[in-house]
Design a protein around this ligand. Structure first.
Ligand code: 5GP
Ligand code: ZN
Length: 118
């Protein structure tokens, strides 16, 4: 059994609130949602982050992106959403299995990032 948290969620050995799944990807609710709609779209294949994708992964990544709007609508964000892909420690990635945060809800998500001094 993998010791990767999201591989275990994909395998069903750790429970999650799934909102979509097919043979190559899975979408489930974030355990600590930042907005009313906050789901995580992951590939079933273990890819640690965007920093470790290969050219062979590009079609899968394309299908994940192409699925995001339908997921957002089904999850309750019909008029747009924000995708976030934290990558590596600079990006604040906490779980080392590639995931797209799909964030939205009835109200605007808000400013993208606060501007820092540096
Ligand atoms: P990251 O910081 O790696 O981009 O985002 C990881 C996300 O996974 C966080 O938003 C966090 O709330 C979520 N998360 C962490 N552990 C679990 C879990 O066990 N189940 C679910 N559904 N989400 C989790
Ligand atoms: Zn994994």
């Amino acid at each position: 059994m993998s010791d990767c948290l999201f591989c275990r969620i994909a395998a069903g050995s750790i429970p999650s609130q799934k909102v979509y799944e097919d043979d190559e990807m899975l979408v489930f609710r974030d355990i600590a949602p930042a907005r009313p709609v906050h789901v995580l779209l992951i590939p079933r294949k273990h890819i640690a982050s965007l920093a470790s994708v290969t050219p062979e992964d590009a079609p899968l990544l394309g299908r994940m992106l192409a699925r995001a709007n339908a997921i957002a609508i089904a999850a309750g964000s019909p008029d747009g959403f924000r995708l976030i892909i934290n990558t590596g420690w600079i990006g604040g990635q906490e779980v080392p299995h590639l995931h797209l945060h799909i964030i939205g809800g009835p109200n605007p998500v808000g400013p993208m990032l606060k501007r820092s001094e540096e």
